[in-house]
Ligand binder design. Structure first.
Ligand SMILES: Cc1ncc(COP(=O)(O)O)c(C=O)c1O
Ligand SMILES: N[C@@H](CCOP(=O)(O)O)C(=O)O
Length: 462
């Protein structure tokens, strides 16, 4: 299988090349030249599989030319053995045909573990085979950072630098990153917001001359194809448990960088019967405005009670647009020139998107109300991101006769501020492996939003 760039001007690349690159050379994102498809019978045959078996089956077509069956099996087993729920991605029923899929049972308590514990293993394997040492550089609004650090901290061939927006992640999120004192882990608190962090990471991929000889940058954000690939699996897992392929199953997804929901879109493309995907946003609602009113104007980023979704420039939306524009790389390259300003989509593209995607915005007051209402009505404690997804599902699900799965993207313990606002007095004990998190020593560097300064810090640290 070959992977091509959404901007059409970079050479096609193999799975391994794509994993160890970041952006394509033309600034685009890699996507498979052709998406593998499972027949209805093949999907029906997956019904009894546990999560690990399913992960091997769903991911194999993407990696078959680069990894042996044994290699993939080993990666998947090791990636998910650190999860603390036997089902890995369990479903909880809230109401008639309304479900939550808990994606926070990995070591860092957010859905990012699904892809990043796998990616850490994959990097280790590919880099050992090549005898290569790389520099991982990533941007985080709070959750990718700790999951990536956890996935890479033991990799001898990796130094990892994570940029988070200074004072804009929760204290638990920050400490999960900054208390890992391994020699190959570097945390940078950037004096800016998440978009600034992400912009700097992308720009660094374009000019890597600041790195010592022989080293290159590798991405852990969802611009890396392997991140998206690993996230497709839990859509299959949920849908198979709720009657697919005989029955359509729909999803509501708290959305920021559009990676998670894009994985759901791909699961559908691979044959899963999905009729509605709900994009749930906080007050940073550019995706909601774009999908509902073709308004993609940039507004100042707001710091919200769901900080992991405080994102305005949503990387993976480009991958969707590539499909919606008939996989015309030139059209996407032209469109992306306007991403920072007034990007207008063709009316028929917005219409085509609306056939599958709905969207809904929930501000901070709505988030607090949603956490409270969900708790009072169902007894379920949702983190602020998950609550936004559940509220969006309640507001815009199209067919109540079909199961709706709301992705629970993080554990509530990561966001005590929002939970306490909704349910004062609610106990939020940290799980045992993080019980002493607030006593652990922290190490991080506060740096200005200045690429030269960040590059100098990185070069001197290596
Ligand atoms: C807890 C949580 N929920 C939702 C999201 C949004 O996911 P995506 O960026 O894949 O749209 C993120 C971060 O990305 C997150 O950390
Ligand atoms: N919410 C994310 C933002 C980065 O998204 P990614 O999926 O592209 O890594 C985070 O928690 O860091």
């Amino acid at each position: 299988m070959k992977f091509i760039s959404t901007r059409g001007r970079a050479p096609a690349a193999s799975f391994s090349e794509v994993v160890l690159a970041g952006l394509a050379g033309d600034g685009g994102l890699y996507v498979p030249e052709e998406l593998p498809k499972f027949s209805r019978e093949e999907i029906a045959a997956m019904a009894g599989m546990d999560y690990v078996q399913l992960a091997r089956t769903v991911m194999r077509p993407f990696v078959a030319e680069d990894l042996t069956e044994e290699e993939l099996d080993g990666l998947v087993e090791r990636a998910y053995e650190t999860f603390n729920h036997k089902a890995i991605a369990p479903l909880v029923q809230l109401d008639h045909n309304l479900w939550v899929q808990e994606l926070f049972h990995g070591p860092t308590l957010a859905f990012k573990d699904f892809a990043l514990q796998f990616l850490g293993q994959l990097f280790d394997l590919l880099l050992k085979k090549r005898g290569e040492k790389v520099v991982v550089m990533g941007a985080t609004s709070g959750d990718t950072g700790s999951a990536a650090i956890e996935g890479c901290r033991h990799c001898e061939n990796i130094d990892i630098f994570i940029l988070h927006p200074h004072q804009r992640v929760s204290e638990v999120q920050r400490r999960q990153m900054t208390t890992i004192l391994s020699d190959n882990v570097y945390n940078i608190a950037l004096q800016g917001n998440f978009d600034d962090c992400q912009r700097m990471v992308k720009a660094s991929f374009a000019d890597q001359s600041f790195l010592p000889d022989g080293r290159r940058l590798v991405a852990v954000n969802s611009i890396n194809w392997a991140r998206i690939m690993a996230q497709i699996v839990y859509y299959f897992y949920a849908a198979l448990h709720l009657g697919a392929p005989a029955r359509a199953v729909n999803f509501s997804v708290p959305t920021g960088n559009f990676g998670d929901i894009f994985a759901g879109y791909l699961a559908r493309g691979m044959g899963l019967p999905v009729e509605q995907l709900i994009v749930a946003t906080n007050a940073n609602d550019i995706l909601h405005r774009c999908l509902s009113a073709n308004d993609h104007s940039r507004k100042p980023l707001q710091h919200s009670l769901s900080p992991s979704m405080d994102i305005m420039v949503s990387s993976n939306f480009e991958r969707l647009l590539f499909d919606l524009y008939g996989r015309d790389g030139n059209a996407i390259a032209e469109l992306m020139r306007h991403q920072g300003g007034e990007m207008k989509l063709a009316a028929e593209v917005v219409e085509r998107a609306a056939a599958l995607f709905s969207s809904h915005r929930v501000d901070d007051a709505g988030t607090v109300a949603a956490i409270r209402n969900i708790s009072e009505e169902t007894g379920y404690l949702a983190d602020p991101h998950t609550a936004i997804g559940i509220e969006a599902a309640r507001q815009c699900r199209r067919d109540p006769a079909q199961p709706m799965v709301c992705l629970a993207t993080a554990h509530p313990v990561k966001f005590p501020e929002a939970v306490q606002k909704a349910l004062s007095g609610q106990e939020l004990p940290l799980p045992s492996h993080l019980a002493d998190l607030f006593e652990r020593e922290e190490r991080y560097e506060v740096l200005p939003d200045d690429m030269m300064v960040v590059h100098k810090f990185m070069a001197e640290s290596l």
